[in-house]
Design a protein around this ligand. Sequence first.
Ligand SMILES: [Zn+2]
Length: 426
Amino acid sequence: MRSSHFQAETNPIHEKNKHEGNSQVNGNKIAATSFDKTMISESDFMGLVQGMYGSNYVAVVIYECPLGTLFNSTTCLCDYPENVDSGTFYPELYMILISTANSYQVIPYPYGFHPSEIVDDPEYPNGPIGGVGGTADCAGVAGGTAHMESCGCIGGTTGISDCNQMCSVSATMAPIQSTVRPGTKINLATTIYTTAAVTVTDKRFDVWYRGEWHETAIIYDEPAITQGNTFTYNNAQVNVLGELRYRLKITYTCNGVPSTVYSNVISTYSQYTSANLMAEFSTEMASCWSQTVASSVANQGKKYEYGFSAYFDCVDKKVSVWGSIVSTSVGCGTLGFGVTLDERPTDQVDPTYGADFTVGNFHTHPPLTYCSSIYSLVPGPSSLDLGYNTSYPRIARTYSNTVTGGHNINLPLTDHLTHSKSVTDY
Ligand SMILES: [Zn+2]
C-alpha cells in the first residue's frame, strides 16, 4: 500500500456494535441511505463496500479528521477548511479502500451510520475492516505483516518501516503588507519543509484575483532565489486594483508517487486612495484652478471648467495624468455643462499584466465673476458629479460658499471628494 503521506492527525476507528443486516442491493450498487443504525458487522460492511466500489476491495480503514478539519485529498492531510479548496470535497470522515491488487483508493465516507457502530471481526480487532478471509494486512496482502500506525500503513510490503520515512511537505509564506497600490513590487518568501523521502519537482506561485486562482500569472523583475529551505521571488509586480492572494504550489514525488501541496495563502489589497490622489496631483489641481480663473478673465461672459483624469499606466507601472489637463466652456446662461474626463474601466484588468485604468479624477467648477448677477452657483459637487457609478475617488474644487454673478474671483475654495472608496470596494 502506498499510503505514504498520511499524517499523525488521523485516527483510525475500529469499534464494536451489534447489527441487523438490512442491505438493499440494486444491481451492483447499494443505496447507502437505505441502511439504518441497527447494523452492521464487518462482513456486512465489506458487502456494502464491495457492492458500491467493486469486489476487488478486500479491506477498509476508516479515518476521522479532528473536529473542525476536513480531509484534503490533494495533500492527504486533515486540514482547516480554508486550506481545502481544490479537488473533491471530503468531509471529516473518509475511507481507504485496499484492493487485492495491493493498491488503494481514498474516498469520502458515504454511509449514514457512524463507523463506531460496525462490529469488529473478533479475530483481528486491530486490523482493517474486512481483509481476505480476515487475514489481509493493511497493504492488502493476505497474511502480510503491514500494520497501521498514526502515519498510515507501514511494514510488510509497503517498503516503509518507520513513520520517519513517510513523506511530509509543508510550505509557509511570510506575510506581505495588507495594502499596496498599483505599481508596488512585493516580495514572496516561502519556507519549505520536506522529509528525506520527498523529491520536489517544481515550485511556483499562484495568484488569486477576482475569484480565480491563476498559475504563472505573476510578473517578477528578478529570478527566484533558493537559499537553504527558503524560496523567494523579490519584486513581484502588482498591476491591478483589488484583492490579491498568493500561494506556493509544490509538485513532488514521494517514493516515486507524484503529488502536490500548497502553502498557506497570504493576501493584500491593491488600492489607490483619495489621499494618494490629493498628495500626488496637488500641482495639477492648482494648475486647473489657475487656468479656470485665467480663461474666465480672458473670455468674459463664458464659464470654464478644467480637470484631469489620473490613471495607472500598465507599461510604465506608475500613476500619471491621462493625456493632459482638459477644459470646456459655455456661455454664462447655459446650465448642466461639465468637463469630460477620460474613463478607463477597472473591471477588465488582466491579473498578469494589468491594464491602463483610471484611479481618480479632478475638476473645477466655474467662477461667475464675469456673468450676470441673475446667475448663481452653490458649492460642492453637482448632481451630475454625484451620478457617476465609478469605483475611484473624484474631487470637485468649488467656491466654499454660494456665488452670484459679479463675485470676487478670489473667494475661498473647497475640495469636495465624491466616490470615496474603502479598500474592499475594488
Ligand atoms: Zn462638477
